[in-house]
Design a protein around this ligand. Structure first.
Ligand code: M6R
Length: 520
């Protein structure tokens, strides 16, 4: 996933932008760049590869307090310095960074940019060339920027610099996340608040199809038709120290170890003084009154949703369906009369979920988002949010967010059962406490687990996870995780399904193991 940062203040913009990009590194990228402005114009530095490589090409002598930056994950055109952002218009007047995908870029090129020699293979370059074209045609820069955005089909988060005005950054977004951070005499732009916590923890949301003019002292939010919007900042509940990996070799290991604390944190956040479970009254009402719950999620969160279905059906006795977000709109099931949609998403930004949420809201249905990022798009646009309180999950491979999602769904199921007058024969808070302790015991056995992994993986590169009931869903997640972090072929199976074909693979695997053992 690409990342955007921007800064306009009084400090050295280069260092702040580079630090910000480093905070976004965990999202993955193949190249990175920054553009900084001063009275001499705009200076662009970009490089294929790591931010460390970009640091080597940034001219430290350029004095600047304004700039934009980007980490790119190639969609159009190979990873290269030329395709890396920022991109400049033909006249070099405008410089731009962009996240997202412009679906109609070829059409726009044909319609408006005949004769313009493009430098890169990206869809992004079209945007900056269009702004330049419209300004050349006599429009103001703001008018040309809005005009350009109104022509784009697809997703975008954009920041633009004009080399004739180093005191203003133009920003716009549609479907891709983007926030403006506000401070005293300084404002910042970020696709993820974490990138700019070094400057501020006060952020303003931008809605789709809005344009924002950002100066040091002011932000002006407008709709594409020019209507000015007012919006107050919120405080990002993040701690900069949460995103340091301390003595851990990598974030995933740190986050695996954090799981017991996360579960205990969730218990604390959702517990009354008398030890009972406490959820928002409105969520309780929505869960109680709906006749069927539809869980929508992707990847790991989908696997958590499958466990959530079991929890809600067993504990609260409400029927639940679980759907893969990217499939839902193509294979929409028959909906019940009074459905409640639950969106499970660590990031709260997954585009396939957003697509379903938009559709569901259009139909007038209620939606609850279970997320680790309360200010995220899915959280803002749903009717209700349940926070998973896992702290920032930096590793791409989800661990603590997954277990936190299941813990929160346990409490949701319990609260719904209470609301429906169902008596429970267990104490959920006590049970979650036991889970947290069991996690601790497991986390303490890393050496043993590592040895088991080494024993097996020295003799095979295939792995089947086999389980029944909720364990089957955990097997699906185990297989996903192993594939994702080791590139080992792994599949999860329901125990009873093994005999229907898959067993043939097991026999082959066993034979090759035997042969290997004999030859040892
Ligand atoms: O942020 P989300 O939970 O919506 O992300 C959905 C998936 O991309 C995510 O769960 C993915 O499968 C995991 N990061 C894999 O470990």
């Amino acid at each position: 996933m690409c990342g955007i940062v921007g800064y306009i203040g009084t400090e050295d913009a280069k260092e702040i932008l580079l630090n910000g990009l480093e905070k976004l590194e965990y999202r993955g990228y193949d190249s990175a760049g920054i553009a900084v402005a001063n009275e001499q114009g705009v200076h662009v530095f970009k490089e294929k590869g790591r931010i460390a490589a970009l640091r080597n090409v940034v001219d430290t002598n350029v004095e600047t307090t304004v700039g934009i930056g980007h980490t790119r994950w190639a969609t159009h055109g190979v990873p290269s310095r030329i395709n890396a952002h920022p991109h400049q218009s033909e006249t070099a007047r405008f410089t731009l960074v962009h996240n997202g995908v412009i679906e109609n870029y070829e059409q726009l090129k044909t319609d408006y940019l005949a004769g313009v020699e493009l430098q890169s293979e990206t869809d992004t370059e079209i945007i900056v060339q269009l702004v330049d074209r419209f300004v050349n045609d006599g429009e103001t820069v703001e008018g040309a920027f809005s005009h350009t955005l109104s022509l784009l089909k697809g997703s975008y988060a954009i920041a633009l610099l004009d080399n004739q005005n180093a005191d203003l950054v133009y920003v716009g977004k549609n479907k891709s996340p983007l926030l403006i951070g506000v401070g005293e005499g300084v404002n910042v732009i970020a696709s993820d608040a974490m990138a700019m916590l070094q400057v501020t923890n006060q952020f303003v949301e931008i809605m789709d199809k809005e344009v924002v003019l950002v100066t040091r002292d002011e932000i002006t939010i407008k709709q594409l038709d020019g209507t000015v919007m007012t919006r107050s900042p919120y405080t990002a509940e993040l701690d900069a120290s949460d995103i340091e990996k301390g003595t851990y070799p990598h974030f995933m290991l740190k986050e695996i170890d954090e799981q017991p604390f996360v579960i205990r944190n969730i218990i604390q956040k959702y517990q009354n003084e008398d030890g009972s479970v406490r959820l928002d009254e409105d969520i309780r009402g929505a869960m109680k009154s709906s006749d069927r719950i539809y869980i929508i999620a992707a990847g790991t969160s989908y696997h958590a949703g499958l466990v959530g279905k079991q929890l809600i059906e067993k504990i609260a006795q409400r029927p639940v369906e679980v759907h893969i977000a990217s499939e839902f709109l193509y294979n929409m099931p028959l909906l019940s009369e009074n459905p409640l949609f639950i969106f499970i998403s660590q990031s709260g930004e997954t585009a396939d979920l957003r697509g379903v949420l938009v559709e569901v809201k259009e139909k007038g249905y209620k939606a609850l988002t279970i997320t680790n990022v309360p200010g995220s798009t899915l959280s803002r646009e749903a009717d209700f949010t349940l926070h998973t309180y896992a702290g920032p999950e930096i590793a791409v491979a989800s661990t603590k967010a997954y277990t936190a999602q299941m813990a929160v769904m346990t409490l949701l199921a319990v609260d719904t059962a209470n609301a429906r007058g169902i008596e429970l024969d267990f104490d959920p808070i006590q049970e979650l406490g036991i889970v947290a302790s069991a996690m601790e015991t497991l986390c303490d056995q890393k050496e043993k687990l590592e040895q088991i992994a080494r024993d097996y993986l020295s003799i095979t590169r295939n792995c089947f996870f086999i389980g029944r009931a909720a364990d089957y869903f955990v097997c699906l997640e185990g297989a996903l995780k192993l594939k994702e972090i080791s590139y080992i072929q792994a599949e999860g199976f329901a125990g009873g399904e093994l005999k229907h074909g898959t067993i043939a693979l097991l026999k082959t695997a066993l034979q090759s193991l035997r042969l290997r053992h004999k030859s040892m």
